[in-house]
Write a protein that binds this ligand. Structure first.
Ligand code: IPE
Ligand code: IPE
Ligand code: MG
Length: 246
């Protein structure tokens, strides 16, 4: 039986987060430049988004560029920004055809102006779509996001618009970039690295983590379905004991 048929559609994760890793190594393994790996990785993104729509996953959030990635060689950063712009513009029609809403989180104002503009236009064109929300984490890091939320809340307190007693987990989460989304139930990282790399630290407090050796440009929807089947075999206890569940 293939993995798709093993999925229990009544217990799907609503939100899947992915760290798309291994593009550089994938290209290098073939004696190609790293940017070839990034270009090939776009095909994986397309297949995974369609896989999510196919089975009914409502939110997919992919780590496309971290705050730390600004420290890469300038040629690679530039190539990634150009790839981002061309991909957004090429794919907006397909996103609409598949009823997918495009969203972005991160320090977006640090991106090149063309990127900011094209991203905003694509988000606007897809804003009424309802099958799945695809969120790109761009110039994103979780520590940055948490500090930004703390600053906004501090401003409210300072202006006497918020009482310190009103600050709780729910309020704090409402100042994060993911405010309108459920927390991811499942996080997938490709390429055999077993770390979080400053991704969604608050939101992943109770997320199931799935690591695979597969490099991102080789990752396809069947691999996604395999990860979901693995997720569905786990017992999520949230601090309780087994006997208390059900
Ligand atoms: C992930 O692949 C893509 C980005 C971080 C933009 P990498 O570029 O990190 O590939 P490896 O980890 O060097 O193989
Ligand atoms: C994490 O991958 C960021 C993205 C996938 C965009 P990296 O390849 O940059 O992560 P580290 O630096 O190896 O942890
Ligand atoms: Mg990497």
């Amino acid at each position: 039986m293939n993995f798709k048929d093993q999925i229990d559609v009544n217990r799907l994760p609503q939100h899947i987060a992915i760290i798309m890793d291994g593009n550089g190594r994938w290209a290098k393994n073939q004696g190609k430049f790293r940017v070839f790996g990034h270009e090939s990785g776009v095909l994986s993104v397309k297949d995974i988004v369609e896989g999510c729509v196919e089975i009914g996953v409502k939110y997919l959030t992919v780590y496309a560029f971290s705050t730390e990635n600004w420290n890469r060689p300038i040629e690679e950063v530039n190539a990634l920004m150009e790839l981002l712009i061309s991909t957004i513009n090429q794919e907006v029609e397909t996103l609409n055809k598949n009823n997918i809403r495009l969203n972005a989180i991160g320090d977006l104002k640090s991106l090149p102006q063309k990127c900011i503009d094209d991203l905003a236009a694509a988000m606007d064109k897809t804003k009424t779509n309802t099958s799945c929300t695809l969120t790109l984490a761009l110039s994103y890091s979780a520590k940055w996001e948490i500090v930004e939320a703390a600053k906004k809340i501090a401003e409210l307190v300072k202006a006497d618009n918020l009482n310190i007693d009103q600050i709780n987990e729910e309020l704090f989460a409402s100042y994060l970039t993911t405010a309108k989304m459920p927390d991811p139930e499942l996080m997938i990282r490709t390429s055999g690295e077993h770390r979080i790399s400053n991704y969604l630290l608050w939101q992943m407090a109770y997320t199931e983590l799935y690591f695979t050796e597969t490099l991102w440009p080789d990752f396809r929807r069947e691999d996604l379905f395999e990860a979901i089947v693995d997720y569905q075999k786990r017992e999520r206890r949230f601090g309780k004991i087994s006997e208390q569940l059900n």
